[in-house]
Design a protein around this ligand. Structure first.
Ligand SMILES: [Zn+2]
Length: 142
């Protein structure tokens, strides 16, 4: 998918490289702490809750719902001409019983993105530049 929203340059680190590798292949892989039974967002080597390493990488289903959202009519900087666009917190499904996925700040994209509301079901999309060298995780209404 390609939206008209700006894409940042990717700067992988040794800690988040598996996330970017999976996203390039249209998957959401995140570190998971067995001790806390929680996913770690943003991807890093140490659990921010219990400070343990040894996290395992798991693939999430790529679905979720909108926890909060707003429509930006006039952005700034590189986003100056992008509006109107949707900025949202999406609560991801974890794919594990009684475990919440992370809640991430993202954009809702697609032709009907402005119809979004709190609670809307969404599916992940990998928004790519025309040359596919830059990409980012965004969501579209399901
Ligand atoms: Zn933990």
């Amino acid at each position: 998918m390609t939206s008209q929203l700006p894409l940042a340059d990717i700067e992988p680190t040794i800690e988040n490289q598996p996330f970017w590798d999976a996203l390039r292949d249209n998957r959401i892989d995140l570190p998971y702490c067995q001790r806390c039974r929680s996913f770690v967002w943003y991807p890093r080597a140490i659990c921010p809750l219990c400070h343990q390493g040894g996290l395992t990488w798991r693939t999430l289903p790529g679905t979720g719902h909108v926890y909060s959202q707003t429509v930006v009519t006039k952005g700034t900087g590189r986003w100056k001409d992008a509006g109107p666009y949707v900025v949202a917190y999406v609560q991801l499904d974890s794919g594990i019983d009684s475990v919440d996925g992370p809640r991430i700040l993202t954009n809702i994209v697609g032709d009907n993105a402005l119809n979004v509301s709190i609670g809307s079901f969404v599916c992940s999309v990998v928004d790519r530049s025309d040359d596919a060298n830059r990409f980012i995780l965004r969501f579209a209404l399901a």
